[in-house]
Design a protein around this ligand. Sequence first.
Ligand SMILES: *Cc1c(COP(=O)(O)O)cnc(C)c1O
Length: 417
Amino acid sequence: MPGRVPGRNFLFVPGPTNVPDRVQRAMVVAMEDHRSSKFPDLSTSVLNDLKSVFKTSTGQVFIFPSSGTGAWEAALTNTLSPGDRILAARFGQFSHLWIDMAQRLGYEVEVLDVEWGEGVPLDRYEEILRADRRHEIKGVLACHNETATGVTSDIGGVRRALDAAGHPALLYVDAVSSLASIDFRMDEWRVDLAVSGSQKGLMLPAGLGLLAVSRKALEAIPGAKSRRCYFDLNDMIKANASGYFPYTPALPMLYGLRESLNIIFEEGLDQIFFRHHYLAEGVRAAVTRGWRLGLCAREPKWYSDTVSAVVVPEGINGAHVIDVAFRRYNLALGAGLAKVAGKVFRIGHLGDLNELMLMGAIAGAEMAMLDVGIEVTPGSGVAAASNYWRSHDPAPRKKVSREEQFYESHSTGSIQG
Ligand SMILES: *Cc1c(COP(=O)(O)O)cnc(C)c1O
């Protein structure tokens, strides 16, 4: 193996994602007293602004110094009692791990095993909820974006299934790899507990677990008998009321979060969702039209705008592609996890990204695939992505007034400048 060429490492795992320079700089701070009279300015501003990102005005957001996994645990233990029944579908490593956690915490999980490459089976959810006439199911789990397979599920559809069955169970959603990159609507979908983390769409290092909790879920806390201590929301609620935390908060992370929220509001959530779709479509063009390979997601309705799992041809080990990409080209691609280990490699396309950064990942993945003997046409992925991005707008077309149209068609500096 020749020595590695200098230059940037290209990070294209679906979390941690690239941290924008502005966020990195905002985190370089001297430590300060988290019990000072000034500290609540920071904490209340980030807690309030996160509500807009979850699209909730009635819910309450909590920040734990943990990763997303901690927020999974907080969601379950604060609202359930040992032995409670939960309905959940398993179709990838992350939906699996949340189920595994629920089982280890002592809940009784009705697991629907679904083909990896599909998402939450709405019909089966509705059927089971309708059949549960005594409302023994206390919680319904849904993984919004299954990061292992690149599959996005219809959370509004899960809400409709609950409503159609007239079922009062709490709705728990894993929004770790969708929040701030794929549209998520806590209030509209009446999600009760929404879990996320800092190192995906929020463009921060790992280290914060986020949990948004509905009024209904807050009311369930006193009756929830599960043992909890570090993740007890009662302690958080008490301390947060005056802008403090029950234990030492991760201060630089909170400053980073403040800056990341500024960046998010400057671009606007709608534009962020649009950009992720636009970038994802270019990557999918490279995979399917350029390389003529398949995606793990079985149908377009499951396609994720934050991560694509590319299926490698029979007889090739996906881990080999990833290793060559890393060692030879300084490109980090996402591994195939569990059931799809060796069968796929993943390209993360979320967070602080644009077309040309993704071109690096597409070109590098293509070079690594050629190196391990996958017969893709050299340049085909880049060409297909280029065709897509050159012929599509990176922002929704604005409805412009007549005067603006006149101005735009008569202005000289807009094209050649
Ligand atoms: C990354 C991820 C998690 C786990 O988050 P950690 O921060 O690693 O604990 C959970 N669910 C999904 C869908 C994820 O993508």
